[in-house]
Design a protein. Structure first.
Length: 237
């Protein structure tokens, strides 16, 4: 099994000048994170670290998990060793690169990183992602605000088009596109006996709630979080 090191050169120097080279050896889990939040990470550690730790109970070594809206991979890196495979979906290019770098430097062999967004059949193809923060958080297809830093063309597919089976747990954070993702994942959910879904809902979304309830999911708001919910199918669990 290969271990990695990082070689750092000054960005303003000649590539042939080795005087200021720095070597960082890597043997542990590596999280490549956005620098603009560095003070938060120094003070508080990983975002949602308690949720990530809590989610380990839903992972099984013989089942797959989905990290939809993986960002730079904190869930993926943390949970990979507890499952069979983790499929990590991240449509934003630079955030996806940080996800892949984290996976490679952490020497994780069972993560499949996919540079696509998920949605309905009507969203399949090229769509515009609105980027509203430097760290890539909050990027959305649905934009009613004016604070867009930049826009990026992304590739969209349905979850059903991937034909992933044996899913035990789904983490879903796609900035108001949750209903669109799940409505084109009915075959996937059915084949995996309706796995538990950890999802974000910043504002009450009646259509999403009604959809999940029609699929026999109970929705539980998590203690200590006003925007995080767990959907548990009461017929299959």
């Amino acid at each position: 099994m290969c271990d990695y090191f990082i070689l750092i050169k000054p960005c303003d120097g000649d590539i042939t000048n080795d005087d200021k080279n720095q070597i960082i050896c890597v043997k542990d889990k590596v999280y490549i994170l956005p620098k603009n939040n560095i003070c938060d990470y120094i003070q508080n550690g990983l975002y949602e670290k308690n949720l990530i730790e809590w989610s380990k109970q839903f992972c099984k070594k013989d089942q797959n998990i989905l990290d939809i809206g993986a960002h730079s991979g904190t869930y993926t890196i943390s949970l990979a060793e507890y499952c069979n495979k983790v499929y990590s979906f991240e449509p934003q290019k630079m955030t996806y690169y940080s996800l892949c770098g984290s996976v490679a430097l952490s020497n994780i062999k069972n993560a499949i990183c996919l540079n696509v967004g998920l949605g309905t059949t009507k969203q399949v193809g090229k769509q515009i992602l609105n980027i509203i923060s430097l760290d890539g958080g909050g990027s959305t297809l649905h934009m009613n605000e004016t604070n867009v830093l930049q826009r990026e063309e992304i590739e969209m597919r349905t979850l059903d088009s991937f034909n992933i089976d044996n899913i035990g747990f789904i983490k879903l954070d796609v900035e108001n596109n949750e209903l669109q993702v799940l409505s084109s994942a009915i075959s996937t959910l059915n084949r995996s006996n309706y796995p538990k879904i950890l999802f974000e809902m910043n504002e009450r979304n009646e259509q999403l709630i009604e959809f999940l309830e029609r699929m026999n999911y109970n929705i539980i708001q998590l203690n200590g979080y006003n925007n995080m919910f767990l959907a548990v199918n009461h017929l299959h669990h």
